[in-house]
Design a protein around this ligand. Structure first.
Ligand SMILES: [Zn+2]
Length: 213
């Protein structure tokens, strides 16, 4: 059953240039799909309260719609990564379209915030060789995950189960900054942090957990 929560080794081998787990013995919290007026501020407050810095894989369209929320994420010292412009599955899309989905977010981000994005996560975790190549061409490091919490199922028991069974000291955790998990996201963040603290695991920011050497 582990593979439901954590990617299988064969996939990790095929895409060995991706980051699949934290490079330091520290846990990294990642939040996909935001920013979102319903959830981003809840997440930011929880992280502030617990003094943890995360990595937000933002959707370009949301970044443009909710510019001030995006700025808040940055101002609080979190990192932002590219999660495509429309959250479209890139799997088997024509190369031109994949490139547009990825490149537009980089360019918009540079224009709006004067910041170069470094990290990329494909929507739904769907990857193929084209997407791999195009992310590289856009100077992006693809960051996958070690643990899916299933917070988007909106069932706190599922989150607890995944954390209890599969959280390790170098886990990259996927949580979501979207409406689906609004009612459980704060509890989920606190649960991950409490569980880690009990086991004496530490948290790191994107830089600490993802630097390649
Ligand atoms: Zn997503």
């Amino acid at each position: 059953m582990k593979w439901i929560y954590s990617p299988p080794n064969l996939i990790k081998k095929i895409f060995s240039n991706f980051i699949w787990e934290s490079k330091s013995d520290k846990i990294l919290l990642t939040f996909d799909d935001g920013p979102n007026p319903q959830t981003t501020e809840l997440i930011l407050k929880s992280l502030r309260d617990r003094n943890v810095k995360g990595l937000f894989f933002c959707v370009g369209d949301n970044v443009m719609k909710y510019e001030s929320l995006t700025k808040e994420i940055l101002d609080e010292g979190h990192e932002i990564g590219n999660h495509t412009f429309n959250h479209k599955s890139l799997f088997c899309l024509p190369k031109k379209e994949v490139n547009e989905q990825i490149q537009k977010v980089n360019l918009d981000f540079q224009n709006k915030f004067g910041k170069e994005l470094k990290y990329f996560r494909p929507p739904f975790g769907k990857i193929d060789l084209n997407t791999n190549a195009i992310a590289k061409q856009n100077s992006l490091q693809t960051v996958m995950w070690t643990l899916i919490t299933y917070d988007f199922k909106n069932d706190f028991h599922k989150v607890k189960f995944s954390v209890n069974n599969f959280l390790t000291k170098n886990t990259i955790v996927v949580l979501h900054d979207n409406i689906k998990c609004k009612s459980i996201i704060v509890d989920s963040i606190n649960y991950v942090i409490d569980n880690a603290e009990k086991k004496d695991y530490k948290f790191g920011d994107a830089k600490e957990c993802l630097s390649m050497n």
